[in-house]
Structures are given as C-alpha cells and as structure tokens.
Design a protein around this ligand. Structure first.
Ligand code: GDP
Length: 442
C-alpha cells in the first residue's frame, strides 16, 4: 500500500504531539528528530531531509506555535505545508502546444521503470482530452517492447507506429512525425529504449533524437520502489538529456515514499503523474497537497470524490433513485452497484483515501472475494429471478447455490440482506414523501 510504513511512523509521532496540552521547544525538537528518522528510513534523500527539518523547525519552535491553544495541531499543520512545498506546491500539467499544433513527447527511463505501460496510459489520458495521439515504438533493442506497445495501444484504441527493429530510433522518430502529420495526429509519444543501468549509449541515443527532431516535452519515468536509485537516475537524465517532468510509477506498491518526496527537490522538475497500478487506467494526476495528506494519514477525499464522479452516470443514478423511492431495487441493480464499487478500485482502496483510515485498514481484512461470491450468486439466477426476487422459493435457492458453488446459507443471507435493504428504502421513501409535503406547505 502506498506510503504505508512512512505514514504509520509519522502518525505515531503526531499522536504523541496531539496528546500533550503544552509543548516545549524540547518536545518539538524531539518530535522532529523522529520525523527526520522516519523520512530517512523512507529513503528520502539526506540533503532533502535536512533542509526539510530545518524549515519545519524554524517555523515550529516560535512562540506563536508553542503558546497556541493547540500546539500539536500547529506543528502537524506546518509539517503538512512544508511537505506540500517540498513536492512542488502546485500541480503541473504536461505542457501541450496550443490548439491543434503537434506536441512531440519523448518518454525516457531505465528498463522496467514502466515506460511502455506509462506511454500507453498517457495516450489514453490524451485521447480523453480530445487529442489524437500516436504511440511510437522507438525501442529497437527489445523486440517484446514493440509488441507490448502494440497490445497496449490497441487496448487504448490508439494507433501505434513501428518500423520493427532494423532502423535506428532517430529515423523511426522522423518517420513517425511525418506519419502523424499525414494522419492528423497531434500528439506523438516516443517510447524510447531503456537500459538496466544508466549508460553512455543510452544517453547518446536520446541526445541524438533530441538533436534531430523537435521534442517538445521529455518525460522521465521512474520506479518509486527503487527509492534513491530513482532519484539518482532522475539527476543523471536531467544532466545528460534534460527533462521537463517526471512520472513516478508503482506508487501503489511503494510503502516508503522516498522517491516521490525527493524528486522535485533534487532535480527541480515537477512530478506530472503517478502510476498507481498495472491497469492502463491507473495513472493519476499528481497533486502535492493530496499526496502530503495521504502520507500524513489525513486521507485524500478529493481523489475519492473524483473517482466516484468519473464513474457516476447521471441517468443511471436517476433510475436508481426512482427505484429506491419505489423500493423496487432488484438484483440487477445490486449487480450494477457491485460493479461500480469494483470500477472505483475496490473497497479497500476507497477506504484508504478516507482520513485516518490508512493505518487502520491494515488490520481489517476486507473480503473482496465475498463481493465476487455475491456476484456469482446473482449470475446463477435467471433473469426473471433477478428482476423479481419474490419468486425465489427453496428449490430455486438450491439450484442457485449449486450454480454458484456456494452453501445455501449464503444464498439465504443475500436474500435476507436484499429484503432488509428494500424495507429500509420503503421507510426512507416514506420519510422523504412527508418531508416533501411539509416543505411545500411551509
Ligand atoms: P519499461 O521497460 O520501462 O517499458 O517498463 P514496462 O512498461 O514494461 O513496465 C514494467 C513492469 O512494471 C510491467 O510489469 C508493468 O505492468 C509494471 N508497471 C508499470 N507501471 C506500474 C504501476 O504504476 N504500478 C504497478 N504495480 N506496476 C506497474
């Protein structure tokens, strides 16, 4: 889970701070020492940690803070603000040329960082914005890379330009741009070759592409799980090739957070997006303030709301509201709701974004497989049974249980839950009706 261990440690420090009515300078210094340790263990670069603690301390040991009614809260607020500023304060968008002018984006990074996957993710984002992206396979050393890009491009409904592995990347990039001009593509995404380690050849190749075609944005992809190595790689790429922004991948599995926290401060370049999973939809805009909230265990309600909104289908919601009012909520609706939750990234992911939930979630075993079992029970019902659950008698229950491969008790439980929801909806719609009347005759 993203930032789990860092988040846990920081929350422990804060708990102690909150517990004290008054704070002395020594209390604050001791707490900041623990924050410092937590950040170093999270693999945040040493220089960055030192500067960070210095900035927090300068603001936190002042009399205003120590004499305030809630000194603990004030210190946490300062840590939060400094963390936001460390990550760049403002959200930075990937810069695109205005209007319908073409933008050429060169994706660079070490092998395995997630370049090819992220190229396809970006292409999908651009398409959503109404752009016409073209993905270009410039990695001629790894034949599988071309195929991988083609497969991902197809999934995203984005064309992929490739010339196999017999041409050099500069020629491929040139030909791709010509192809894009002819075919009205206004975003060209060059997926370049990575190496296992930084080497001269790789850097020379990237420089050569930049010298020969007009690259508008060079985007570095780094793997969050590699911590300081990712930050060092970012420095090298910045020195040798020049980068405009960074995408940090695999944040979903990064419990420490060091790379995400250090990159901006070390390279001076903003994080544009973060990769939160292997699926092509798992790319999130990077918001320094929301990320700080997540790290500090304050949750990320805004992202949760946006995810919900992205899944929100207004006509479907209206239909559901009508059904709820009439207490006609059947198993087809139940199924739709389960799918919505799944699309939003599962219950565990959703709860993690709620304030204070991150650390608690670890001990709660959310049984998402129960959701799948419920689905398989509903799938084993006939269409008539789904839309009219009242006809489900004991022999039908037996058949459904056998079809879903579950115990009949589980079918009974689902039926009971459904009946209870219906009852509750009836009561609620009764209450809504009364409130409505009262409102009209006020
Ligand atoms: P490349 O060598 O830089 O092109 O890397 P790939 O795009 O082939 O990615 C390497 C591996 O990382 C693949 O298995 C991807 O599915 C995986 N990956 C990429 N981005 C993410 C991410 O944000 N989260 C997770 N969990 N896996 C990712």
């Amino acid at each position: 889970m993203a930032f789990e261990s860092l988040s846990d440690k920081l929350q422990n420090v804060f708990k102690k701070l909150r517990g004290k009515g008054r704070l002395s300078e020594a209390d604050v210094k001791a707490a900041l020492k623990e924050v410092k340790m937590a950040l170093l263990e999270a693999d945040v670069s040493f220089k960055v940690v030192k500067q960070f603690i210095r900035s927090v301390e300068a603001r936190a040991v002042g009399q205003d803070v120590l004499n305030s009614l809630t000194p603990g809260q004030m210190v946490i607020k300062i840590v939060n603000e400094e963390m936001v500023s460390l990550m760049g304060s403002e959200t930075t968008e990937l810069k695109l040329n205005a209007g319908s002018a073409m933008t050429v984006i060169m994706m660079v990074g070490l092998q395995g960082a997630g370049k090819t996957t992220t190229s396809a993710k970006i292409a999908g984002k651009m398409k959503e914005k109404g752009k016409r992206p073209l993905l270009v396979a410039c990695d001629v050393y790894r034949p599988a890379a071309v195929k991988q890009l083609q497969v991902n491009g197809e999934k995203q409904g984005v064309p992929v330009f490739s010339m196999g592995d017999r041409h050099n990347p500069v020629n491929i990039a040139r030909a791709a741009i010509e192809h894009a001009e002819k075919n009205n593509n206004n975003i060209v995404i060059l997926d370049t070759a990575g190496r296992l380690h930084i080497d001269e050849d790789m850097m020379a190749e990237l420089q050569e592409i930049k010298e020969n075609v007009q690259v508008d944005q060079t985007v570095l992809v780094v793997d969050a799980m590699t911590g300081q190595d990712a930050v060092n790689a970012a420095s090298m790429f910045q020195d040798k090739v020049g980068i405009d922004g960074v995408i940090v991948t695999k944040l979903d599995g990064d419990t420490r957070g060091g790379a995400a926290l250090s990159i901006r401060a070390v390279t001076g370049k903003p994080i544009l997006y973060v990769g939160m999973g292997e699926k092509l939809s798992d790319l999130e805009q990077f918001y320094p303030d929301r990320m700080a909230s997540r790290i500090l265990g304050m949750g990320d309600v805004l992202t949760l709301i946006e995810k919900a909104e992205a899944q929100f289908d207004e006509s479907q919601a209206k239909k559901l509201e009508q059904k709820m009012k009439k207490a006609e909520f059947d198993f087809n609706d139940y199924l739709e709701q389960l799918d919505q939750i799944k699309k939003m990234g599962g219950i565990g992911d959703m709860l993690n974004m709620l304030p204070g939930m991150g650390s608690k979630m670890k001990n709660v075993d959310i049984d998402e497989s129960a959701m799948d079992r419920t689905k398989s029970i509903i799938y084993s019902m006939t269409p008539a049974e789904r839309s009219n659950p009242d006809i489900i008698n004991p022999s039908r229950k037996k058949r459904i249980a056998a079809g879903a491969g579950v115990d009949i008790a589980e079918v009974n439980r689902l039926m009971k839950q459904h009946e209870q929801s219906r009852k509750m909806m009836k009561q609620m719609s009764g209450m809504m009706g009364k409130a409505g009347k009262k409102g009209r005759f006020k």
